[in-house]
Design a protein around this ligand. Structure first.
Ligand code: BYC
Length: 316
């Protein structure tokens, strides 16, 4: 393609974005836009699938039938989110198997938060409240993402995340007004998940290599720090309401700005976890690899069945 033709295509593409016209799979798009979306959406899909593991770990130990049914439904929702998102990457020409192989080889990232262990039942509350709460903060603006299939997938995902956040908060609220041991369990879960939840939003704006371009393309509508601040502002009063203490001695409300100021995030810890050196990285990826290996017979049987059906159809 000639240089000037490409320049016109790029101009028209950016003009559509500037006018909030959605980009659809068959529309022309710059290679870098396609690659950014495949990177972000596939990593998002992996996060949903890996995110099933820390909570799946507690399904058999839920304290009663209601809690078990709710947790089971939530974990199944995450599988659904992963599947919509893998489908969205396919609309961009990505091969689902390749993206999954990238997760298993350690090439693709997934959210840092899922590399922390779930040590008590209260962690189910903390994950729903904080992790799904952070996910909603990040994903509601993605419903207005410039790429149509991703934006539309996010609408349903956000509705379900909203139920997840409420179920988590309800677990925390119940524990916080329970026995002293239950309240201590809730506080311990908050202590362990607070900082990793803040890290979910990604590096500081100054360190975020993709934000500027992704904002120009309206893939991202807010920066990492803007969303993190919104999350802190919404969540701190919720902790206060149920009598729990946010584990940040530097946390204070600034009357002038109307925002909470919070302490320094441990960025060394964040990058270590992102690089694969978190407490559970190896366990999580091994579990996904094993699931694929264990499912081989199902895929083989399905392929054989489909081939046999085709032969029968041809013969009749
Ligand atoms: N963990 O330039 P930046 C869920 C990477 S699922 C690991 O700011 P970007 C749920 C980043 O990928 C929640 N890596 O990047 C599921 C980049 O590396 P690469 C998942 C991270 O893309 C089950 C590098 O750091 N949500 O909610 O502009 C149960 C530089 O970062 C992280 C999504 O995926 C991290 N926390 O912004 C319960 C939402 N942060 O790719 C709940 C969609 C950054 O260059 N994704 N990195 O190798 C996004 O909104 C954006 O991709 C991010 C990062 C805000 C995450």
């Amino acid at each position: 393609m000639k240089e000037e033709d490409r320049a016109i295509l790029e101009q028209n593409f950016q003009a559509k974005i500037d006018n909030d016209i959605r980009i659809e799979p068959n529309d022309w798009m710059p290679d870098a836009y396609r690659e950014t979306l495949i990177r972000q959406i596939s990593q998002h899909a992996h996060s949903e699938i890996v995110g099933m593991l820390p909570e799946g770990n507690w399904i058999t130990r839920a304290p009663n039938l209601r809690r078990k049914a709710v947790l089971l439904a939530k974990v199944q929702d995450e599988a659904g989110h992963g599947l919509y998102l893998y489908s969205a990457t396919e609309t961009l020409g990505a091969d689902r198997e390749d993206t999954i192989d990238d997760l298993h080889s350690g090439k693709a990232k997934y959210s840092s938060i899922f590399n922390y262990p779930t040590l008590s039942w209260a962690d189910m509350g903390a994950i729903g409240w904080l992790v799904d709460g952070a996910a909603i903060m990040n994903q509601v603006p993605l419903c207005r993402c410039s790429y149509g299939p991703y934006a539309r997938a996010m609408v349903r995902v956000c509705k379900e995340e909203s139920f997840h956040q409420r179920q988590g908060f309800e677990i925390m609220m119940t524990l916080a007004k329970g026995s002293p041991e239950q309240k201590a369990m809730a506080q311990d879960a908050l202590n362990r998940f607070w900082w990793p939840a803040l890290m979910m939003f990604g590096p500081n704006d100054a360190e975020s290599k993709h934000t500027a371009q992704s904002m120009k393309w309206k893939i991202k509508r807010h920066t990492n720090d803007e969303l993190r601040q919104q999350f802190v502002d919404v969540t701190v009063p919720q902790a206060e309401l149920i009598g729990l203490t946010v584990p940040d001695p530097d946390l204070k409300f600034n009357e002038q700005t109307g925002h909470y100021e919070y302490g320094e995030i441990n960025w060394d810890e964040f990058w270590q976890v992102v690089k694969g050196n978190g407490p559970c990285n190896k366990e999580r990826v091994d579990a996904r690899r094993k699931a694929k290996e264990d499912g081989l017979w199902v895929r083989e049987a399905a392929t054989a069945y489909a081939a046999k059906k085709k032969l029968r159809k041809q013969a009749s």
